[in-house]
Design a binder for this molecule. Structure first.
Ligand code: ADP
Ligand code: MG
Length: 333
């Protein structure tokens, strides 16, 4: 059972008709109908040993814990408003907390997202016969945003003939992980530093998400790799897609890697936090203008096709490329 089968089987329940919840499990945000205005709500959990290493920089952790939630709000096109913070801390370390808050509130203030509550507890001490270790640091944020009812978009709105677009560049965060794991040597220091910044300080595409209201027919934020997350749009919209490999936006640093690594990292690396979205070809100019006004690069990378044509990645000559990698799945091992 993979992560999504598990969620489908145990946590996807029919929504009560006429209730406040318009969209529940299965999208980047839950959408609540507040009488004309729609509230978007999302939760993400960061767990030491799973999402970050024990020696992770606390300021970056504070930033990232909120950024990944704001990225889900961006996919829904919501304006961030407030968040709640739940922490399980191994110890009350003042230096750590100060740095964590610095990273967290710098982003919160920049985005106008206000801390409105939470919960704090001590992580349990885990004892074996010989040693005692602190339980893992756990950071859980629930973020709330809002949007006009007419601007609601989900993963389910992609239509055959729509263009497929992505923001920013892909693959850098996965390259950072590879550098950190020592998977390859010889990467210039400047490139390794720029990869690390993408992994540690993702920039949620909130302004673009808002600028795409009424333009994007479907959207998702890329957290588990382009192809895996595109798969969620295709499944929910019941369509297929053709992705043109050569159009995929890659940083100069990523282009310095071997082409096989570029492909794997850009198409199946995690932690990009870019927006992947669809829009009708008639809106090309408007989408480019949305990118311009939000100071966010947007690139057209393919198109939506019939479901029977599934998901294909092609090279410049239209020849299908193999994509033997899997999207990140917490229960894959
Ligand atoms: P994202 O990567 O956009 O944060 P996830 O892949 O974590 O989304 O989750 C997919 C969907 O499943 C989301 O709609 C999320 O709200 C829902 N989900 C995940 N875990 C649970 C759970 N334990 N109970 C209810 N819904 C869940
Ligand atoms: Mg998401």
């Amino acid at each position: 059972m993979n992560e999504f089968e598990l969620i489908d089987r145990f946590f996807s329940r029919p929504l009560p008709a006429g209730g406040i919840v318009m969209r529940g499990v299965g999208d980047d945000c839950a959408l609540l109908d507040c009488g004309g205005r729609v509230l978007a709500m999302t939760t993400d959990l960061l767990l030491e040993g799973r999402h970050f290493l024990p020696d992770a920089d606390p300021a970056s952790l504070g930033h990232k814990a909120l950024a990944v939630n704001l990225s889900d709000l961006a996919a829904a096109g919501a304006s961030p408003r407030a968040f709640q913070l739940a922490l399980a801390l191994p110890r009350a370390d003042e230096t750590w907390l100060e740095a964590f808050c610095h990273g967290l509130f710098a982003l919160a203030d920049e985005q106008g997202c206000v801390l409105a509550g939470g919960d704090t507890t001590r992580a349990p001490r885990l004892a074996s016969e010989t040693t005692q270790v602190d339980g893992p640091l756990t950071i859980c944020i629930t973020a709330l945003g809002d949007l006009p009812g007419a601007a609601v978009r989900t993963r389910a709105g992609a239509r055959v003939g729509d263009d497929l677009w992505v923001s920013g560049t892909l693959g850098d965060a996965r390259a950072a992980l590879a550098c950190r794991r020592g998977e390859f040597a010889g990467v210039p220091l400047a490139d390794a530093t720029s990869f690390a910044a993408r992994m540690d300080r993702p920039q949620p595409r909130v302004a673009l998400g808002i600028a795409l209201r009424g333009l994007a027919t479907a959207a998702i934020d890329i957290s588990d790799g382009l192809l895996g997350d595109l798969g969620h749009i295709l499944k929910r919209s019941r369509v297929g897609a053709v992705v043109e490999w050569e159009r995929l936006p890659r940083s100069g640093a990523l282009r310095g890697l071997h082409v096989e690594q570029q492909r794997r990292f850009a198409m199946a690396g995690g932690d990009d936090y870019e927006l992947l979205f669809t829009a009708p070809p008639a809106q090309r100019k408007a989408v480019e203008a949305a990118g311009f006004t939000s100071s966010t690069a947007v690139t057209r990378i393919g198109r939506i096709v019939e479901a029977a044509d599934r998901l294909r990645v092609v090279d410049g000559g239209g020849v299908e490329l193999p994509t033997p990698w899997h999207a990140f799945d917490h229960f894959a091992e």
